[in-house]
Design a protein around this ligand. Structure first.
Ligand SMILES: [Zn+2]
Length: 448
């Protein structure tokens, strides 16, 4: 619903400046799924007061400008941050912040009010956090789902808008960058009759293209594949995607219990956040289901400890867990302006020491870096898109033994590498040698 309809619906008959109509047609909010429990009557008067004060077409243009440029930059999130004397607008692009612009402080209240109206939030609530969503119509045809979160800060309210790509299809293998030594392990365990496969990453890299690729590998004709997600990010035609509604009192564990009555073969539980969900997921995976899920942990080995810390019986974990795919995002060098160079002796020796055994000829090792000024294609940021860095851990008898003994992370790590796990840093360095990313980026993401 656009602003004009909103006003019409509320019987506001005042003559408004309609010069914004055209812009609205191009970028209007459409068919918002309205939450019945939200009551907007109280805020109507406030909306009116706001729009009376300021020229609404200007605010609408500002919001549309922010949204449109966020799409243009390929941003995953928009951060609108009031400061003492201005409003800062930043985009998160490929995991890093790009400063978009600073707006004059006079736009602060009406800008945030406009976003609240678009996402059906209470415009007169300034003390409590609020969140809901916007269905944004780009150029009048492409709908984009956005999640809006508003939190009070000392300089008014901070707004974060996450842009979800609707109906995005599962990614192709070549976009994932799983190198052959890891792919062999993944393919092997996709044939397991039951068990748990986890994709893990630290919180900031929120999107798991890998998990959806794994799901898309199953033949749906003879399988019941169901998911519980929040939010639904990719849609695979033969998969039963369920969107968990955070607004109602029905958590992942309750959903999972209900789903298990639907005779699923393969289940994807978006995130294991609590003990109850963890226990149910583990139980499901040892009673004939293949369960995929995600956890926020720093490494594959850390995941084992995390599961034990969720108070699940280590014996159950050892019968359930098959594979842990730990992943991190790194920015991909812009293909339009990257160039190769000969690294210093020190860096060369480091790379040869770490991954020399995988490289045929180390004598003339060349790496890639971005052009000093970048180029227009990458907005002079040197990088465009992202690649995943992986660490794939297969459970083994020895690892299970160590887990049952509650061994230290280092001991587990040594055993995992002994069993054939390629540590994530080695995977990353190989991707540097392949020219996909730079050594600087890898060190920034993984540390030295
Ligand atoms: Zn470039």
């Amino acid at each position: 619903m656009n602003l004009s309809n909103f006003i019409k619906k509320n019987n506001w008959t005042n003559q408004r400046n309609t010069s914004s109509k055209k812009v609205e047609d191009l970028f209007s909010v459409s068919s918002i799924e309205k939450n019945g429990s939200k009551n907007h009557t109280d805020s109507d008067l406030h909306i009116w007061a706001f729009w009376d004060k300021q020229d609404d077409s200007q605010i609408i243009s500002i919001v549309n400008d922010i949204f449109l440029n966020a799409f243009k930059f390929g941003a995953s999130d928009i951060h609108i941050e009031p400061r003492e004397k201005q409003v800062q607008v930043r985009f998160r692009v490929d995991g890093n912040f790009v400063k978009y612009k600073n707006l004059e402080i006079k736009y602060r209240d009406s800008l945030i009010a406009r976003i609240k109206i678009m996402s059906y939030l209470r415009i007169d609530e300034h003390r409590l956090p609020q969140d809901w969503k916007i269905n944004y119509k780009l150029f009048g045809w492409k709908t984009v789902d956005m999640r809006v979160s508003v939190i009070p800060i000392i300089y008014w309210e901070k707004v974060v808008i996450r842009i979800l790509k609707k109906e995005e299809i599962a990614p192709e293998l070549r976009e994932l960058w799983i190198l052959p030594y890891n792919m062999v392990k993944v393919q092997k365990h996709l044939k397991d009759p039951f068990g748990m496969i986890l994709a893990v990453w630290p919180t900031w890299s929120w999107k798991s293209t890998t998990l959806f690729w794994l799901l898309s590998q199953f033949n749906a004709e003879d399988k019941n594949i169901s998911t519980l997600e929040d939010p639904v990010e990719y849609r695979i035609p033969w998969v039963n995607h369920t969107q968990i509604n955070p607004g109602i009192d029905f958590n992942f564990a309750k959903w999972l219990r209900s789903l298990l009555r639907q005779d699923p073969d393969i289940i994807m539980v978006w995130e294991i956040r609590d003990e109850e969900t963890a226990k149910l997921a583990v139980e499901a995976s040892i009673t004939g289901h293949i369960v995929f899920s995600t956890l926020h942990t720093n490494s594959a080995v850390h995941t084992i400890q995390r599961l034990v810390n969720l108070w699940i019986d280590p014996l159950l974990i050892s019968s359930s867990l098959r594979l842990i795919v730990s992943q991190r995002l790194a920015r991909k060098l812009c293909v339009h302006c990257k160039k190769n160079y000969t690294p210093s002796e020190k860096i060369k020796n480091y790379i040869v020491w770490k991954v020399g055994r995988y490289i045929k000829d180390n004598s003339d090792l060349k790496l890639f870096k971005a052009h000093e000024w970048g180029c227009e294609k990458c907005n002079h940021t040197w990088y465009k898109w992202r690649i995943w860095l992986y660490e794939v851990l297969e459970m083994s008898d020895k690892l299970e033994e160590l887990m049952l003994k509650k061994s230290s992370r280092t001991q587990l790590e040594i055993q995992a590498v002994w069993d054939g796990m390629v540590p994530i840093k080695e995977d990353a360095l190989l991707k540097v040698v392949l020219g996909e990313t730079s050594i600087e980026e890898v060190l920034a993401v993984l540390g030295t």
